[in-house]
Design a protein around this ligand. Structure first.
Ligand code: AHM
Ligand code: MG
Length: 342
């Protein structure tokens, strides 16, 4: 009798597929696809690998003669978030498929190729306050189609609700560099092999658990919260075996880090409004919408505390919103507190 372990055959699993193969398979499965979308996704992957390489060297910036503002050649050393912004703008401008570029680091939308069919919106380096302390940071992006017959120069092309997103994703430059992507057919996570510069599928079909046991919020802001948020916060810390409370508390302070943990382990991340940030802190177009699209694709949920993030009609490119995302049951419980139902 053969007692050797049964490994899945290479053909029976998609784990190990490269990001490029995954993107190409998506194009083959979409009859009539022009390849523009595929090409834009490849551009993001290239930008993320370039940013990864600079992030990994960031710790050396204080050594080897770097002064902080000029390097050994006397050239100005760019801040990492500015560098990431330029890399993304450059790859999208070169792609010729991108009509409009919007970035958290740009004051205004940038018109790119008038023939382009896509709007790309991104936070080039999320969690930038964590750069100098070697904690996970990341890149967040969303791609939308320019609505048929509309002029990309018209700002309305970029101010679309998140439910119309065609693709969204984020990269985490953490203990490994991972790239989490959805094109509206589930969420897939790829891990970078830095030696060969290739992303490999490591977590296909990610699913955020329906209920978790971790809550993530900047508790230092608690004195500035409205009473319903304070009540929810007390509730989640109160012992009750039947409902798995108290939840553990984790807060990285980089949305990509906190959201990625929440996606993998479940639970809830919240950045509610407070007296300092009455409209919330996070940006609707560059942070909340892409994350909300990913969480809904992974069976999770994302609201502003009450309403679905993806239904918000943006009115301004740099608009902020409260953001509550994670396991669908945990997000629903938070909503009950906000509505006074608990
Ligand atoms: P940014 O670094 O792109 O400006 O993003 C804002 C960050 C998020 O990554 C994170 O969730 C949040 O701000 C943390 O804010 P705070 O330090 O107030 O807790
Ligand atoms: Mg950010």
């Amino acid at each position: 009798m053969n007692t050797s372990p049964q490994f899945p055959s290479a053909a029976s699993t998609t784990v190990g597929t490269t990001l490029e193969e995954h993107i190409m398979a998506g194009q083959r499965g979409s009859p009539g696809a022009t390849g523009d979308f595929t090409s834009l996704l490849s551009s993001v992957s290239l930008a993320v690998r370039i940013i990864h390489s600079r992030v990994r060297a960031a710790g050396l910036a204080g050594m080897l003669g770097y002064t902080g503002h000029t390097n050994v050649q006397g050239e100005a050393v760019q801040k990492l978030d500015m560098f990431a912004n330029e890399v993304l703008c450059t790859v999208f401008e070169r792609s010729s498929h991108c009509a409009v570029i919007g970035s958290e680091e740009l004051d205004e939308l940038k018109l790119s190729d008038p023939m382009g069919r896509y709007v790309v919106l991104f936070d080039p380096l999320d969690g930038s306050s964590n750069i100098d302390v070697n904690i996970s940071i990341g890149t967040i992006f969303a791609m939308l189609r320019v609505p048929q017959g509309s002029d990309p120069a018209d700002i309305a092309a970029s101010l679309q609700p998140g439910r119309l997103i065609a693709a969204a994703g984020y990269a985490v430059y953490g203990s490994a560099t991972t790239f989490v992507l959805t094109t509206g057919h589930g969420v897939h996570c790829f891990t970078l092999d830095p030696n060969i510069g290739e992303f490999f599928l490591s977590h296909p079909n990610m699913r955020c658990p329906d209920t978790g046991s971790i809550y993530s919020i900047n508790e230092g802001n608690s004195c500035r919260w409205a009473p319903p948020v304070k009540r929810w916060n007390e509730w989640i810390k109160t012992e009750d075996k039947a409902t798995g409370r108290p939840y553990d508390h984790r807060y990285v302070g980089s949305l990509v880090g906190d959201a990625h943990r929440t996606m993998m382990k479940g639970g809830i991340f919240a950045y509610p409004p407070d007296s300092k940030n009455p409209k919330g802190k996070l940006r609707l177009l560059y942070e909340a919408n892409p994350m909300a699209f990913l969480f809904e694709q992974a069976s999770g949920a994302a609201t502003n505390g009450i309403d679905r993030i993806l239904d918000i009609q943006p009115t301004d490119v740099h608009q902020r919103t409260p953001l509550v995302l994670g396991s669908r049951n945990d997000v629903a419980t938070f909503r009950q507190f906000m509505l006074g139902e608990r």
